[in-house]
Design a protein. Structure first.
Length: 63
């Protein structure tokens, strides 16, 4: 949505999807960590290139 020049404004804490702060992962959940690793790889190798073709690139949209 950033590539389409949408602006985000949080109107109230009630609209926050995630609680603020950096989440700490638990090292005991190896199944979840493996799944997250595979999903991140898929997003980076498949989804992001397709989005770049469709919407272009904008350095302001990088995280």
């Amino acid at each position: 949505m950033c590539l389409l020049d949408y602006e985000y404004h949080v109107l109230s804490p009630a609209f926050l999807v995630h609680s603020p702060g950096i989440k700490q992962s638990s090292n005991g959940d190896s199944t979840r960590l493996q799944y997250a690793k595979e999903m991140s790889k898929f997003i980076q190798n498949k989804i992001e290139p397709e989005y770049r073709v469709l919407f272009g690139e904008n350095s302001a949209c990088k995280t």
